[in-house]
Design a protein around this ligand. Sequence first.
Ligand code: ADP
Ligand code: MG
Length: 157
Amino acid sequence: MKILTNSPEETENIGIYFAKICVLQNGPVVVALKGDLGSGKTTFVKGFAKGLEVKEQISSPTFVIFKKYKTNKHNLYHFDAYRIEENKEMLVLGFSEIISSENSVVIIEWSENIEDLLPQKRIELTFKHISPNKRVLIISGISDKMENDLRARGSVG
Ligand code: ADP
Ligand code: MG
């Protein structure tokens, strides 16, 4: 499915809503984000973290590779794989354990760089530039229920 967003605020709001419905499923949640620089991935993650009631400010973990945020129910892991060249760089950070832990919610920018480390069961979002303020989010790997919930919200093509 596709969602059109017309502003950074709208992308953030979609992130908030998206997080809330993602965590309705049991077990670890893995959300893989793809798309060019400036396409809105970090903006989306800011909303996503708000949706999980993370209080801290989110910033891009480009140099540290990932940051962990604790909430009442979950551990949110925000990865940026932009600088990752070899899978082992992720494995030494404990990526396999993180994505298989029951209360993990893992969201990964530049997931295309670590494609073969990603679990089969994952949600994928590809961000595309349409115009300076418009982006399209192409979403796959979601349940029918989640798709219906997103459609019920509007702005969906
Ligand atoms: P990425 O993490 O993909 O590199 P960022 O979220 O850091 O992208 O940056 C997106 C940039 O594009 C920000 O400067 C933001 O203000 C701008 N922007 C303009 N329109 C949108 C939109 N509809 N959604 C998300 N970001 C947008
Ligand atoms: Mg980013």
